[in-house]
Design a protein around this ligand. Structure first.
Ligand code: AMP
Length: 171
């Protein structure tokens, strides 16, 4: 199945000049979503994770069902101010704007093997920040996985663990 056929491209969102890759249409299509999860499961299983981490918010849509499928725990990396209790945070640059992510200090048992998921790899800043946070709480990060890669932004160069992506766009 060609997953690209199920990913909607929205020009000039959320601001002029940005081509937004919308996974809503992929999630809404039962067969395409099954295939997406199956392909990610095959790649991520090989990295033998104990825990899958999703990056808010579309990363949750990918990581939570995949964790259930692989029999792993699921942990959230969230935007600033959403998580209760002691947290650590990291500010980073987006393709559009800046953002801050947080994780609960006790979310990971030191030494746990973690694969981090998000819907899309653009500049890599979000994933690099998440990996930084996870190492800060003692995780052994064994991989990063995405549905979509914007290869022309070379986000892979910022990520120092094996990167899995299912579809790639060159412009
Ligand atoms: P980056 O940190 O630049 O790799 O940006 C990745 C994060 O921003 C992911 O959480 C994506 O969901 C979102 N994102 C960045 N660029 C786009 C885009 N062109 N289309 C859809 N989502 C995007």
């Amino acid at each position: 199945m060609d997953l690209k056929a199920h990913i909607r491209q929205v020009p000039d969102f959320p601001k002029p000049g940005i081509q937004f890759y919308d996974v809503s249409t992929l999630l809404a299509h039962a067969d395409a979503w099954q295939v997406t999860m199956g392909r990610l499961a095959n790649a991520v299983r090989a990295q033998q994770p104990d825990v899958l981490v999703g990056i808010e918010s579309r990363g949750f849509l990918v990581a939570a069902p995949l964790a259930l499928k692989l029999g792993c725990g699921f942990v959230m990396v969230r935007k600033r101010g959403k998580l209760p209790g002691p947290t650590i945070r990291h500010e980073y640059a987006l393709e559009y704007g800046t953002d801050t992510i947080e994780i609960q200090k006790d979310a990971i048992t030191p030494g746990q093997r973690v694969v981090v998921l998000d819907d899309l790899l653009a500049t890599g800043g979000t994933m690099a920040a998440a990996i930084n946070l996870l190492r800060g709480v003692g995780a052994e990060v064994t991989g990063a996985a995405f549905i979509i890669e914007l290869a022309f932004l070379n986000g892979r160069s910022k990520i120092d663990v094996p990167v899995t992506t299912l579809v790639s766009y060159d412009e």
